[in-house]
Ligand binder design. Structure first.
Ligand code: SAM
Length: 285
């Protein structure tokens, strides 16, 4: 019989948040696979659990994943623990879960803390519909593309960020979402210095220009205004020519209107120019 993979959520700061089921699962497992073995060893020592530990992280997930699968296939039970919080959320646990599913190995969850949920419920922003966006890429172009892709999303948006990148991320968000967009910058959840800064992106930028970011952060952003998002996306339902003519009627030159329509549609300017003039010519004939 194959074993089972237990996805064990662990505290994101306060050890008092560990669940009784999590301790049971750790104590009963044949092996604990941990993203950071030193951190998990502290947790196990604190609760006087002695277990073989192995590392499973971004840089060894292939070989270690195969090793863990072989143990599971040989009937061993494995508890997977991430650096902190819920495994498989912004960590390589996701890959191990997929590997288990592909091989028909049973996976179960031992739920508990997840920074994104605590940050969301403390944000004061709408919790009825939200989207978890994880970490933004370090690549400038990919970051911009990611932010643009959610600019008109009316759901509350949740991002993870490292302290040394917080200021530049807030700056990039200001550029794309606008400085008036409301946010909650949530820091050090469940720890002594837990803090929630509820403000606009402009206010956040000003605050962090004077206060160095320290600790772990979650950025929660208010969703786009329904009406604004609808009017911004209006062009999706109209032909290109009408889209450009609308901007011209609003006072833009045809060059400006073509540039703006190309940006809206994510198309090269040249292509939009050619298409527009082809259409304009056809309607003259
Ligand atoms: N699996 C984790 C979870 O369930 O939240 C997330 C792992 S991800 C690699 C680590 C990121 O989570 C940090 O960079 C930070 O953005 C966020 N995070 C984790 N613990 C946090 C805390 N105590 N306070 C604020 N953010 C935290």
């Amino acid at each position: 019989m194959t074993g089972k993979l237990y996805l064990c959520a662990t505290p994101i700061g306060n050890l008092g948040d560990v669940s009784a089921r999590c301790l049971e699962a750790l104590a009963a497992a044949d092996l604990v696979a941990a993203e950071d073995t030193r951190r998990t060893l502290q947790l196990l020592n604190h609760f006087e659990i002695t277990k073989p530990l192995t590392s499973y992280h971004e840089h060894n997930k292939r070989e270690k994943g195969a090793y863990i699968i072989s143990l599971l296939e040989n009937g061993k039970n494995v508890a997977l623990v991430s650096d902190a919080g819920t495994p498989a959320i912004s960590d390589p646990g996701e890959d191990l879960v997929k590997m288990c599913i592909e091989r028909g190995i049973e996976v179960t969850s031992v739920p508990g803390p997840a920074a994104l949920i605590s940050a969301l419920i403390l944000s004061g922003l709408s919790t009825s519909r939200f989207a978890f966006e994880g970490f933004l890429s370090v690549n400038k172009r990919h970051r911009a593309k990611h932010l643009e892709s959610v600019k008109n999303d009316t759901r509350t948006l949740i991002f993870y960020e490292a302290p040394h990148k917080l200021i530049s991320t807030i700056e990039d968000m200001r550029k794309v979402f606008g400085g008036e967009r409301r946010a909650a910058i949530v820091r050090e959840l469940t720890k002594i210095h837990e803090e929630v800064k509820r403000c606009t992106l402009d206010e956040a930028a000003e605050f962090y220009s004077e206060n160095k970011p320290r600790g772990e952060y979650v950025i929660v952003i208010e969703g786009a205004d329904e009406k604004e998002a609808a009017s911004e996306n209006e062009w999706e339902d109209i032909p290109l020519k009408q889209h450009i003519d609308k901007y011209i009627a609003g006072g833009m030159t045809s060059k400006e209107a073509i540039k703006r329509a190309a940006a809206d549609r994510g198309l090269p300017k040249r292509e939009v120019y050619n298409e527009y003039h082809k259409g304009a010519k056809a309607s003259e004939e």
